[in-house]
Design a protein around this ligand. Structure first.
Ligand code: FES
Length: 581
């Protein structure tokens, strides 16, 4: 079939010759009076650069950064990211992202135009006709957290199965009780989509159980820079049918069903989202993406599901010192959750799906040692988001899912006010978990504490050399602790200077940023031993942090959370060397 779409360009703003001549050197904030949209234009002699006044993070508005002496920077009013408009690079977080630029066309006859090149939307290529659905033909059943079971004609597709065990080491546990038949559902699946490597989406405890029953279950992941299943071989779990799918192209399943995986605009190296299309009906799952597909998404899909809760980070509840008082943290959480709620409501009102379902936020810090986090790391209420959406755009049907609840798409499309389009599980079905099987998972982590490698202090050098992060002006102190973050008797307490990858005894005298990381000994040693990413430590609330000055070191955290080598340190070789000594 011929492609029905082509690349286009759109004039976003045009300035007359005199308006263009009136632009000042440096930063100019501009607005298109017709549609109210805002732009930033930077002028340095003949050089002119421009971008939308929309923050890459969550769409916040930039204003002048009064603290910036270069006068080249703007500051986002939402979370204080800073953009140097002369380079179009973000300077806070440092060394992180670039802003998408607009094309600037100017001449002395016609003034100045800001133009956006618009590539075709990949989902518009090879369009399919919308066909009527029979009752029961498309059914979407919520299982837990980000896990949905989609019946699409005679095919079953499952999203992100986290159905047993913890995520992020021992920090996250399921809030909802999965339906009893979850394993049968997984075994029946024709396709399982795993959106990214975070363990609340790629759950090795769940996949271990599944692999024992059906190792060849077809699993689909996006072609991310860091492979989603980078840890599979080391995990010992035998899954034999993992398929890596290129971004932005339809993957045909049969004549009725296809899907397309898209990347995240903020974390393209690891985060993805998906469009599933059955007989022309689209289901959009933006999962955890911060800016799914850079903000370009299909409108008026039949069903959209998205995260909503917040709280999926160690910031700020694991921080102390300086401004991080309990009152500051509580206020920060309150404000940030509200912003996230408004951002999601805005996104939904712009995309106008027929049905919206908030999901992927149903976890709890259930282990008793994490009661402080559980009580303070408040999350958004899905009903509150749904009320906000209904207020903004009353024609969107919202669905707060209960485990085992099923949405019948045909019923909902025929009459979105028909409440029987959503079938809840029978009365009395347990919704919330009230107990978790902590001990087997804690035991696995704790076994690392007595591992032989930790008898030799040189493991520190071995590990950080393996990690491969250096040439960056930061010193960290890592202190191994017990569950209450008190120093672990006999535990390590060491410094790493990443400027030259040395291990000083004292904090260096030079002017260098410093971060103190207290980490639970069983989790940090398990992480070191197996070469795991530090999101288990950070997102899993297994650390307590202080930093001086109070700066987010994007390069450092990005390296240890995303870029560590794909194979663990060679501890066998390390031990053999020691045996020879
Ligand atoms: S910093 Fe701009 S939206 Fe978050």
């Amino acid at each position: 079939m011929e492609e029905s779409v082509e690349q286009t360009s759109k004039i976003l703003l045009s300035l007359t010759v005199s308006e263009a001549a009136a632009l000042k050197e440096g930063i100019n904030f501009l607005k298109n009076k017709a549609d109210g949209k805002s732009y930033i234009l930077y002028k340095d002699g003949d050089i002119v650069r421009a971008c939308k006044n929309v923050c890459k993070h969550q769409g916040g508005l930039f204003i002048m950064d009064m603290e910036d002496l270069t006068k080249n920077c703007v500051r986002c009013t939402k979370h204080n990211w800073k953009l140097d408009v002369s380079t179009m690079k973000y300077v806070n977080p440092p060394d992180s992202f670039s802003q998408d630029e607009l094309v600037v066309e100017s001449d002395t006859q016609n003034g100045l135009l800001l133009i956006e090149l618009q590539p075709p939307n990949p989902w518009d290529i090879d369009p399919r006709n919308l066909e009527d659905l029979a009752l029961g033909e498309v059914q979407v059943t919520y299982l837990t957290h980000a896990c949905m079971d989609l019946k699409l004609g005679d095919k079953i597709m499952i999203f992100d199965p986290w159905l047993t065990g913890p995520a992020f080491a021992r920090g996250w546990w399921l809030l909802h009780e999965p339906p009893n038949d979850w394993m049968e559902r997984l075994c029946r699946a024709d396709l399982i989509y795993i959106s990214h490597m975070h363990s609340d989406h790629l759950s090795y405890p769940t996949l271990k159980r599944l692999a024992e029953r059906k190792p060849n279950v077809p699993i689909y992941v996006g072609n991310t820079e860091r492979p989603v299943f980078w840890y599979l071989n080391h995990s010992g779990i035998k899954l034999t049918n993992i398929n890596v799918v290129p971004f932005g192209v339809w993957k045909e399943v049969d004549r009725n069903l296809r899907f397309m995986i898209l990347m995240d605009g903020v974390h393209p190296e690891m985060d993805t989202c998906i469009i599933v299309e059955y007989k022309g009906h689209k289901i959009l799952n933006t999962v955890d993406c911060t800016r799914p597909n850079g903000g370009r998404l299909p409108e008026k899909v039949d069903l959209m599901m998205s995260d909503f809760a917040g709280g999926a980070s160690g910031f700020p509840m694991t921080f102390s010192g300086g401004k991080f008082t309990e009152a500051w943290k509580a206020q920060f959480i309150k404000t940030e959750r509200k912003k996230l709620l408004n951002y999601k409501a805005q996104l939904v009102s712009e995309l106008k799906p027929k049905v919206f379902c908030p999901f992927a936020g149903y976890f709890v810090e259930a282990h008793p040692s994490d009661s402080y986090i559980k009580e303070t790391n408040l999350k958004n209420d899905p009903d509150e988001l749904n009320r906000l959406i209904e207020k903004k755009c009353g024609d969107v049907l919202t669905w707060t899912p209960k485990p085992g609840a099923t949405l019948d798409l045909a019923k909902v499309l025929r009459d979105s006010t028909d409440s029987i389009g959503i079938m809840n599980p029978p009365a009395g079905t347990k919704v919330f978990k009230d107990s978790w099987d902590f001990q087997p998972y804690i035991d696995i982590l704790s076994a690392a504490v007595d591992d032989e490698i930790f008898r030799y202090p040189s493991w520190v050098k071995e590990y950080y050399t393996w990690a491969g992060f250096r040439g960056y002006n930061l010193v960290i102190r890592v202190i191994e602790t017990d569950d209450d973050f008190n120093p672990f008797p006999g535990g390590y307490n060491y410094l790493v200077d990443f400027l030259d990858l040395s291990f000083p005894k004292e904090r260096p005298n030079r002017d260098c940023p410093y971060e103190e990381i207290k980490a639970r000994v069983n989790v940090v040693r398990y992480t070191v031993k197996h070469g795991l990413l530090w999101d288990d430590l950070y997102i899993g609330f297994q650390t307590r942090l202080q930093r001086d000055p109070d700066i987010y070191h994007h390069q450092f955290w990005n390296h240890f959370q995303i870029k560590l080598p794909l194979t663990p340190p060679d501890w066998t070789f390390f031990l053999a060397q020691h045996d020879k000594i």
